[in-house]
Design a protein around this ligand. Structure first.
Ligand code: KET
Length: 404
């Protein structure tokens, strides 16, 4: 029956993280997977999240199936987080939101929706992007292409080339955009660049698909939602609004990875469209996994809606963001002192959990094999895995492989 089944080649991120767990070397350093570790090298349970979870458990509530689209209080809280509570699109009822199994689950449900209802559309992702984007959209049966994004020479954004490529796309093409803290490069559009990009998307009748997995890791929650609020405010010459997708995650911002908690929102032209879109998202969910789990969503809803928890969460998120920035400065300082002829300024400019180091796959292999320092083979470093005890060793290892 299964003789023809081929072995799984492994996932470039998750399989590497498994290899790290198995590595017996005591000083090993995990800068591979996109997880925030604290200064002691642990995945934190945020205090706001702990208190919210205690409240959820204390309710001692029964555990029915959730509705297919997820819990109503969670969905409303997500919409307010993304767009702001008073937003016109929410008041008009033109946003269809489902609670999803991680933002990965939301991304895939959206991809399945596109394959069914926009069958002629093809997908464009940034070059490079999170490896799983291509895999998920291709898995939904869609053709996936790249648009220029990262400029290797400057370590920054190839904005003009990006705009030029997007201007040439057929109407209804899907454009996957990282709303903030681009994975894997850490290179983001500025607000002015988003403002310049939006008319290209509107005039080309393109379908933006935002991935917001790191809200709060670039700047504040509101600043990191700039792209989606700019898209929601956009109008074409006839005054029509833009339709788009947003998949957002609580894995990183609430340190809730294993609870698999995210959402997919589709901004539509009007409430009638949103009703039908929501209905079709529900149909997709029902025939895949029926409905999402309760627990993580109720923790998130409590954190977002109870003022004291919300205040404390925002402070904890800011502390995570600031610790990553401090690690960027430390790593940059040590490397700049060790190799003064080389420019490591990218560590300071790039934002969020990741930096793109420019290390070759061979150099990354050497880091892992000789120094037990784990990066993704693309040269992506999860800066959120650095701490005061390992940053020096990381810099020494990097300098060694770079000097060769
Ligand atoms: N989008 C992006 C851009 C992203 O980096 C991740 C996870 C996700 C979505 C998925 O998040 P979730 O809500 O947990 O389903 N990225 C890290 C982990 C992974 O690869 O799954 C990473 O890049 O290391």
């Amino acid at each position: 029956m299964f003789e023809h089944v081929e072995p799984f080649a492994g996932d470039p991120i998750l399989s590497l993280n498994e290899d790290f767990q198995k590595d017996p070397r005591p000083g090993k350093i995990n800068l591979s997977i996109g997880i925030y570790f604290d200064d002691a090298g642990r995945i934190p349970v945020l205090d706001s999240v702990r208190r919210a979870e205690q409240q959820v458990v204390a309710r001692d509530a029964p555990k029915p199936y959730l509705p297919i689209e997820g819990a109503a209080n969670f969905r409303a809280a997500v919409q307010a987080l993304l767009f702001g509570a008073e937003h016109e699109a929410i008041a008009a009822g033109r946003v269809a939101t489902i609670q999803s199994v991680g933002s990965s689950g939301g991304l895939k449900v959206g991809a399945d929706f596109i394959a069914r209802w926009l069958p002629g559309s093809e997908v464009w992702v940034s070059d490079p992007s999170w490896e799983n984007h291509r895999s998920m959209f291709e898995g939904a049966g869609l053709a996936v292409h790249d648009y220029p994004y990262y400029d290797g020479a400057s370590g920054g954004l190839a904005f003009d080339a990006m705009c030029k490529a997007l201007r040439g796309l057929p109407a209804k093409s899907v454009v996957l955009l990282h709303a903030c803290c681009h994975n894997p490069t850490g290179v983001d559009l500025t607000p002015a660049q988003w403002d310049a990009l939006v008319p290209i998307l509107v005039e080309g009748e393109l379908l933006p698909y935002l991935d917001l997995a790191y809200q709060g890791f670039g700047d504040s929650i509101v600043e990191d939602a700039y792209a989606l609020r700019a898209l929601a405010a956009a109008r074409d010459r006839a005054g029509r609004s833009l339709s788009f997708f947003v998949a957002n995650s609580f894995s990183k911002s609430m340190s809730l990875y294993g609870e698999r908690c995210g959402a997919l929102s589709v901004v539509c032209a009007d409430a009638g469209e949103a009703t039908n879109v929501l209905g079709q998202l529900k149909f997709t969910v029902r025939r895949n996994y029926s409905s999402p789990p309760i627990h993580g969503g109720q923790i998130v809803a409590a954190v977002l809606t109870e003022p004291a928890l919300r205040r404390d969460w925002e402070a904890e998120l800011a502390a995570m963001r600031e610790r990553i920035q401090a690690m960027r400065r430390s790593l940059h300082g040590v490397l700049a002192a060790k190799m003064p002829d080389r420019d490591f300024g990218y560590f300071l400019h790039q934002r969020g959990m990741f930096s793109y180091t420019g290390l070759s796959p061979r150099q990354v292999d050497r880091l892992r094999e000789e120094f037990a320092v784990y990066l993704v083979r693309s040269g992506r470093m999860c800066v959120a895995g650095l701490n005061r005890s390992n940053v020096e060793a990381t810099a020494r290892a990097m300098a060694a492989v770079l000097a060769d």
